[in-house]
Design a protein around this ligand. Structure first.
Ligand SMILES: *Cc1c(COP(=O)(O)O)cnc(C)c1O
Length: 449
């Protein structure tokens, strides 16, 4: 028998070794057993010449750490992109989360009408706030905007035609493709116009007895420029009404207060869109609106009521966590407390404040490793395509690709621009500045900083 087998420690005694003190015995025993099994196999296969107890213990400790540390964790977003889809889109402020916690951590009137002492409706809580904020007849909230689109098409256009411009048959990302969502919902797509040009008469000519609605889809993550023409929602909405069919705007992202840096130039705020008195509008809760993941549907009461009768709603419904956070965000909007909405707070910060923060961090660093630079960034999240706005960053000397990797290993995600690694302050929460400074020092310590 191979001598190495004799070196293998006994599981019972090994887990009690003082190098493992303080660790959970049950979990540790599992990991030790797996590692020893692996070791035994390697010895059998003769792929292992020798091993030390220290290395074995080290491997086990590392695996233990990996097992107990959460996979979903905070990162520092130094890309400059405020609505970073891969980093969780919009943030919920601690203030809003704390207020929402009341109804989350306690029994509540989620579906209880306290006045009548009987069953109530979970959507009533946010309907009231949306009515106050936007003066809409009614509202509904589902899991996300993709669900909203699906629910609306399935409710009103199953086996019926939905008229959409070819310029709006978009893919949003994460495999949300308008034509495919329509197909799944049972609606029949009636494409009109061309990729670059669609006219009002195209909509008019497409309407038949089997037309359920005129749909406008926000192009979201791209823009058609040059020789192009599309029809405003206002015109589509008007046309739909004269033909007694529905008008629905899949807006993707919606914003309430006017945006800085002229960012809203090509797309109006939600209030303005609602002026055409649409049948239905839907948008994401976690894009420019700056709240929790949700699909917010607003519009005429008769249509919202129909949506509520669709069995599908049960599958798309939101829980009390979403509803209570959303309710607090809506309250912040009603009282114009925009600084409670992190997305808006980051967007509205002026570059002077960003520059001060960048300079302060640079001052804590030795050896002139970086400089404060002015740059441009995007909003992200499939909103405001091709529209840049000013930002401030620290640009670092040294191999950008190497630096990006090192910073990433410290949970700071930056970006590379003109072969330089950048830490962009537009998307960094101010309370993280000390941590950013610490991470920079750690990264450059390794480089004889
Ligand atoms: C983002 C977007 C969606 C999908 O919304 P989610 O909230 O991500 O599900 C649908 N339509 C448009 C136009 C969008 O921009």
């Amino acid at each position: 028998m191979n001598n190495l087998f004799k070196k293998i420690p006994k599981i019972d005694t090994f887990v009690n070794d003082k190098i493992f003190s303080g660790l959970n015995k049950e979990l540790l025993t599992d990991i030790v057993r797996k590692n020893i099994d692996k070791l035994r196999q390697k010895i059998k296969d003769k792929t292992l010449k020798d091993f030390s107890m220290e290395d074995l213990a080290d491997d086990i400790k590392k695996e233990y750490e990996k097992t107990i540390s959460p996979s979903l964790k905070p990162l520092i977003n130094a890309t400059g992109v405020i609505l970073h889809t891969n980093m969780g889109r919009s943030l919920v402020s601690r203030e809003i989360l704390q207020k929402a916690a009341g109804a989350i951590c306690s029994y509540s009137n989620l579906e209880y009408d306290q006045e009548k002492g009987k069953r109530g409706e979970r959507y009533s809580h946010i309907t009231k706030d949306l009515q106050t904020l936007l003066e809409v007849e009614s509202a509904l909230v589902v899991n996300n905007n993709a669900s909203a689109v699906f629910l609306i098409l399935n409710t009103f256009a199953k086996n019926k035609e939905v008229v959409v411009s070819r310029g709006e048959l978009v893919e949003i990302g994460g495999s949300f493709r308008v034509p495919e969502v329509m197909k799944e919902s049972g609606a029949k797509l009636k494409e009109i116009g061309t990729t670059n040009k669609t006219k009002l008469s195209d909509y008019e000519d497409a309407i038949t007895d089997n037309t359920a609605m005129l749909l406008k889809v926000h192009k979201s993550n791209f823009d058609i420029v040059g020789f192009s023409e599309d029809v405003s929602f206002e015109e589509i909405s008007h046309l739909a009404k004269t033909h007694n069919i529905l008008d629905y705007y899949d807006l993707g992202s919606a914003y309430i207060p006017e945006l800085p840096y002229n960012l809203g130039q090509k797309e109006p705020p939600l209030k303005k869109i609602l002026k055409s008195n649409p049948s239905l509008v839907s948008f994401s809760g976690d894009k420019l609106f700056g709240g929790v993941q949700a699909g917010i549907i607003i519009g005429k009461k008769e249509y919202i009521d129909k949506l509520k009768q669709n069995q599908l709603l049960r599958m798309l419904r939101v829980d009390k966590i979403t509803l209570s956070i959303l309710q607090e965000s809506l309250k912040a909007y009603i009282f114009k407390e925009y600084d409670k909405i992190p997305t808006l707070k980051l967007l509205f910060t002026d570059t002077k404040a960003l520059k001060t923060r960048a300079k302060n961090i640079k001052q804590t660093l030795k050896n002139n490793i970086c400089e404060v630079v002015e740059s441009k960034t995007y909003m992200g999240g499939g909103t405001l395509p091709n529209r840049t706005f000013p930002t401030i960053a620290l640009a670092f000397k040294g191999d950008a690709i190497e630096l990006e990797k090192k910073f990433r290993s410290y949970d700071l995600i930056g970006r590379i621009e003109n072969d330089k690694f950048l830490i962009d302050f537009r998307s960094i929460l101010p309370e993280l500045d000390d941590k950013v400074s610490e991470i920079i020092k750690k990264v450059f310590e390794q480089n004889d900083y």
